[in-house]
Write a protein of this length. Structure first.
Length: 394
């Protein structure tokens, strides 16, 4: 009898110990999760300030930040609805509205300090402009994805034309070295003065030109393969990874360490290369996203090592925050909608020297937003939703 009592007590002690141990393990995993940190943001609902002259933006497809932390925006005024153009009819049908110039420059306070763009002498304007970047020399590059827009343009910051790469309607496919086909974005590598172009809605490649002369250098497709324009069929998240990019090849960004990040939007993935086109790694993001895909644009955090990667997802209407070395998603913010901090087809993303994030929304989003960097914070949930301000605007 005593033996049975002893065994029962021993079993009770063991079960209790196992329960305590289990709780400790659970607590340990929580502590580990709580130890993960990520950048924290709050939307600034008062940025930018209203445009003058009854101007409105059309599909707002590109945002970039220059060395002075000025924010550059391109939009497609030809996508405005008829009622948004009543102020431009002759005679005017109403006091509002007028299309804003295609290229807009804002200062940090959200004031409009520059504007230009449109047809001019010596170049073919891009009516369906798509991306805007300002290179290390202060020059402004604009890409375009119109039906016959097989070129990109380079201007000074005041809008003086400098260079055109490619010619309208001349593309011969993804292995044409002279023309583009509905390119999406240009970034210039300061180390080599080379222009890296994601090309794009018509072609399926990355292509590199000399940023001064426009001379062709090299190009490549997914995994560093030679591009192939064959139709790969519908995207299937359960199929083996596609060996070619799908249209559109939607963005390119170059990190401080020289790695080249490419948005393979419809394949729901980021591919990373060396500057010579050597494939390094890839990561899938919201892999079951169909339709327009998940990877629209990429920006880096601004500390020297660029520890974090921000990905604009215009299908799921959020910003993914990734750890750059592992491409692991740490958290997301944003949600679908039209209020500050929400997104309607978020399309482009950029960061300034203070770590603030700027986003542009295409289609009927038609706006740019600023998200103020509030430092690192523990990750408490995967999806943060709308990051509404918890403190006064700063």
């Amino acid at each position: 009898m005593k033996r049975h009592v002893f065994v029962a007590v021993a079993l009770l002690v063991l079960i209790t110990a196992l329960g305590i141990g289990s709780r400790l393990l659970e607590r340990g995993s929580v502590v580990t999760a709580a130890g993960v940190q990520a950048p924290r943001f709050e939307v600034d609902p008062l940025w930018p300030k209203p445009l003058p002259n009854h101007w409105v933006m059309g599909w707002t497809v590109g945002v970039g930040v220059d060395a002075q932390d000025h924010v550059w925006v391109v939009h497609q005024a030809n996508k405005l609805e008829p009622s948004e153009l009543w102020g431009s009819t002759k005679p005017p049908m109403s006091a509002c509205c007028l299309p804003a110039p295609p290229v807009l420059e804002f200062d940090q306070e959200g004031n409009l300090v520059g504007h230009w763009g449109g047809p001019g002498q010596g170049y073919d304007w891009l009516d369906s402009n798509h991306g805007v970047t300002v290179d290390y020399k202060g020059n402004v590059w604009v890409a375009g994805n119109g039906q016959t827009e097989h070129h990109v343009l380079k201007f000074t910051r005041t809008g003086k034309f400098l260079l055109q790469i490619g010619r309208p309607g001349q593309s011969k496919g993804s292995n044409d070295i002279e023309n583009l086909n509905k390119a999406t974005k240009v970034v210039v590598d300061q180390a080599t003065n080379e222009a890296f172009i994601s090309d794009g809605y018509g072609n399926k490649r990355m292509v590199v030109y000399d940023a001064e002369t426009g001379k062709y250098k090299r190009h490549w497709g997914a995994y560093g393969n030679k591009p192939d324009d064959a139709n790969p069929g519908p995207y299937n998240p359960d199929a083996p990874p596609a060996q070619q990019f799908r249209n559109p090849v939607h963005c390119v960004s170059i990190a401080n360490d020289g790695l080249v990040y490419v948005c393979d939007r419809a394949n729901d993935r980021i591919q990373v290369f060396r500057k010579d086109g050597t494939f390094v790694k890839e990561a899938f993001l919201a892999r079951r996203t169909l339709g327009d895909g998940s990877v629209f644009d990429i920006a880096f955090s601004r500390e020297p090592e660029q520890k974090y990667l921000y990905v604009a997802d215009g299908s799921n209407d959020k910003i993914h925050v990734l750890q750059r070395d592992t491409l692991e998603v740490l958290t997301t913010f944003g949600d679908g909608g039209r209020q500050p901090g929400q997104f309607y087809a978020v399309h482009s993303i950029a960061t300034d020297s203070k770590g603030n994030v700027f986003t542009a929304e295409t289609r009927r989003g038609q706006r740019v937003q600023r998200f103020v960097y509030r430092g690192l914070a523990p990750v408490t949930k995967h999806d943060q939703g709308v990051v509404w301000p918890k403190s006064p605007r700063g």
